[in-house]
Structures are given as C-alpha cells and as structure tokens.
Ligand binder design. Structure first.
Ligand code: GRF
Length: 215
C-alpha cells in the first residue's frame, strides 16, 4: 500500500473513482496521494475532496505557454514523488519535456482500440467506419499522441442502433475495469519496458496490449 499515485484529470472523474475504489479495497497495491485538475469545477475534484485526498487546481488558462503550465504541474507532482502519474480524462497535451521527465511512470486510458482512432471523437469515428467492435486501451505515455506502448485493451461489441453516447457508456464500463488492473500491474513491478518492448511477467505484451478477459 505504500506506492503513491498522482491523478491528473479535467472532468467528471469516473475513471479516477474506479481507481480510488480499487485502492480502497486493497486491489491496487498503492494509494492516491494527489489529484490535480487543470479545470476549475471538475467533478473529479469533488470526489477527491470527499475522500480526503489532497487536491490541486492548476488552471491552464492562467499560463501564457504550455511549457510554463507543464513546469508548474511537474513541480507539484515532484513534491509527491509519485510511483505513477495517471491521466484520467486529462484533456491537455503534455510537452515533450514533461513526458520525458515522467517517462515509464505516466499512463493514460484512451477510449478506442489503439492504434485505431487516436485523438478525439473516437466513438463516432468507430460508428462511421462501420466497425463491429470498439473498446479502450491503457498505454504508457510517450511524445506521440495516444501512441505510447499499449498495456491492456478491452473490446466491446458495437450494437445496431448504437449512437456515440450509448457506445461511450458501454466502453466506459470496461475502462473502469482495465485501468485499475493495469495500474496494479505497474505498481507491483510486473511491467518492464526494455529496448522499446513491453513485457508483462517477462512475456512480450502484444502490440495492441494484453487483451482483457472480463470476469
Ligand atoms: C474517458 O472516456 C477516458 O477514456 C478519456 O476521457 C474520459 C474520461 O472520463 N481519456 P472520466 O472523467 O474518467 O469519467
């Protein structure tokens, strides 16, 4: 339980909530010491405050440059020496300097079957393409947007009559399962990144991440 996690978010914080629940149940092998939002009024801040977790608001609108914002963000994070920085609906692109400072301990969840659909509007794009499945991917963050090595991926079916909202809700359910699982793998040292390859328990992780089997 001594491993420390810091969470960065911008919105409602349902992924953060699922990670919090896993930490409280002891399933995570670590605890959330800090939640930072770049947006005032983010729902995730209320969840953190209710759980008596330290919060910080670093409003990107108060900064002239991305670099200045990221420098303050990194400073606040460094004061906590987190074992893992978790992006949970954090709607800011991070600078290369920030990403390299936290390399190997910076994770994100993206609501698509990466490498499909990096960026925004993933559900609508999957629907427009006529895909049969959608899903979510937890990955380590590198300088390439949504392009870092996938750790864990879950698929859900696309059903006839789905709109983006219905599909997003189905995907979100699996997000809440895979993010805590991937974080616990990281914290327990089961993931190793060696010479550009990711291993789980010394086995090579497939290029789209370990496939999630729902229980
Ligand atoms: C999720 O869909 C996540 O995949 C994406 O942003 C959304 C955040 O939702 N990165 P929440 O704030 O965790 O509810």
């Amino acid at each position: 339980m001594n491993k420390r996690i810091a969470v960065l978010l911008s919105g409602r914080g349902s992924n953060f909530q699922s990670i919090l629940a896993a930490s409280q149940s002891g399933a995570l092998g670590g605890h959330i010491g800090l939640v930072i939002s770049n947006r005032p009024g983010a729902g995730g801040l209320d969840i953190a405050q209710e759980a008596a977790i330290q919060t910080a608001l670093i409003d990107h609108q108060s900064y002239a440059t991305r670099e200045a914002f990221d420098a303050d963000l990194a400073g606040v994070l460094d004061s906590q020496s987190p074992d893992l920085v978790v992006l949970a609906g954090f709607m800011r692109i991070l600078t290369p300097g920030f990403v390299s400072r936290f390399a190997g301990r910076l994770m994100n969840i993206h609501p698509s079957l990466l490498p499909l659909y990096p960026g925004l509007h993933t559900h609508q794009r999957a629907l427009d393409a006529g895909d049969t499945h959608a899903g979510a991917t937890v990955h380590y963050v590198t300088g390439e947007l949504d392009g870092g090595p996938p750790v864990l991926q879950a698929k859900v079916p696309i059903l006839s009559g789905d709109d983006a909202e219905a599909l997003a809700a189905r995907v979100l359910q699996v997000e809440h399962q895979i993010y805590p699982a991937a974080i616990s793998w990281h914290l327990s040292g089961r993931l190793q990144f060696v010479h550009g390859r990711l291993y789980l328990d010394d086995e090579l992780v497939p290029p789209t991440g370990q496939q999630w089997e729902s229980s």
